[in-house]
Design a protein around this ligand. Structure first.
Ligand code: AHG
Ligand code: MN
Ligand code: MN
Length: 342
């Protein structure tokens, strides 16, 4: 074929090719890291296949039990959790897994004892949206085994601050299925081409706009928020950031953040009476989102402290989350955050 007539898809870069090139940044990784990431892409392809057919295959609705969070598990939560565990536990290089759906860390079978990585994930984010056909997602965060950690103490592998993540990302199952990940060298997005079953590079070196025009918060809890959050939202509504804003809130963190990454703006899940520590989980929701945000030029805090610097003490520890573009975040930090604004 005349090579000038090659179609775009033939010069497409798959996520496997991209990961291999990223792999060069991890001396000694010898392909294990890319093999690990391909386990995640495999699992998310299996999950998306179920998400796309949810109404047809009786996978909607509740699985009839509660997870460690005390939340009713949806059937798709259970399926997605099993898909992630099955795809990662036998990858050799993975020693420990931690999932939103499992109370304790999972030690992977590893005869050689040479496992190097731990993976933390929310297999299905936005479960309340499954039955109403609204975007849901999967998040993941990858740590290197701490030097003095052994498999008999699996928590040590995962209770690391987010600034120790060696990679993080998410998949959003929306109008298309998009995987966004970073290995600390910028943020890259891949769209699943259902015709070939491959994630194809579609957003290279993603950067968050310096300012957006959306704020994203569950306003039903406004009366619960600490007052400075409400004051800030009113400030934004009153056009004090130099432009008018729209409100967008999907109720799936991955989808709300993906919009923020692409269009800018600010997402907030403040402390509420029901969740005085915040609702979102530090390890497998806030941390991967925060690494992506910072790698794309955004900012992520718990309302005052950098998310990536928080030392977790428990796998399912919750945190408030404020994440978004530089302009909105600096305004909040400088003039509304009690810790900074005096
Ligand atoms: P999950 O479905 O994994 O439990 O996560 C749901 C989270 C997050 O995705 C979303 O931002 C938040 O819950 C929405 O909470 P509210 O319904 O309280 O706004
Ligand atoms: Mn979640
Ligand atoms: Mn979940």
């Amino acid at each position: 074929m005349n090579h000038f007539l090659r179609t775009a898809s033939m010069s497409a870069i798959t996520i496997q090719q991209h990961i291999l090139s990223e792999q060069q940044r991890f001396p000694g990784a010898s392909g294990e890291f890319s093999f690990l990431l391909s386990g995640i892409t495999l699992a998310t392809k299996k999950i998306q296949a179920q998400v796309r057919r949810a109404g047809l295959t009786q996978i909607l609705g509740s699985a009839g039990n509660e997870n460690v969070q005390g939340e009713t598990q949806q059937k798709l939560d259970v399926y997605a959790n099993e898909a992630m565990i099955d795809s990662l536990a036998m990858r050799g290089s993975v020693g420990v897994l931690a999932s939103e759906e499992d109370e304790h860390a999972i030690v992977c079978p590893n005869e050689e004892g040479d496992a190097k990585y731990a993976v933390v994930f929310d297999p299905l984010d936005g479960s309340s949206n499954i039955d109403v056909n609204v975007s849901v997602g999967t998040t993941f965060s990858i740590f290197r085994r701490p030097d003095d950690a052994c498999l008999s103490d699996p928590d040590r592998w995962v209770l690391q601050p987010g600034n120790r993540q060696i990679a993080a990302g998410y998949v959003v199952y929306g109008s298309s299925t998009v995987m966004v990940y970073t290995c600390g060298n910028g943020v890259h997005g891949f769209t699943l081409d259902p015709n070939v079953g491959a994630f194809i590079l579609s957003h290279e070196h993603m950067t968050m706009p310096r300012q957006g025009s959306y704020y994203s918060v569950n306003e039903a809890y406004s009366n619960d928020f600490p007052s400075h959050f409400g004051d800030y939202i009113q400030h934004v509504r009153n056009g004090k950031l130099g432009r008018s804003y729209s409100s967008r809130y999907i109720g799936s963190l991955v989808a709300d953040f993906h919009r923020t990454l692409l269009r800018g703006g600010i997402f907030m899940y403040p402390p509420t009476q029901t969740h005085p520590e915040g609702k979102l989980r530090l390890l497998y929701e806030a941390n991967p989102i925060a690494m992506i945000a910072e790698q794309a030029g955004g900012i992520a805090t718990d309302g005052s402290r950098r998310i990536l610097d928080l030392q977790p003490n428990a796998i399912h520890q919750r945190t408030p989350l404020v994440v978004g573009s530089e302009v909105e975040m600096r305004e909040f930090e400088s003039n509304f955050c009690p810790a900074n604004s005096g």
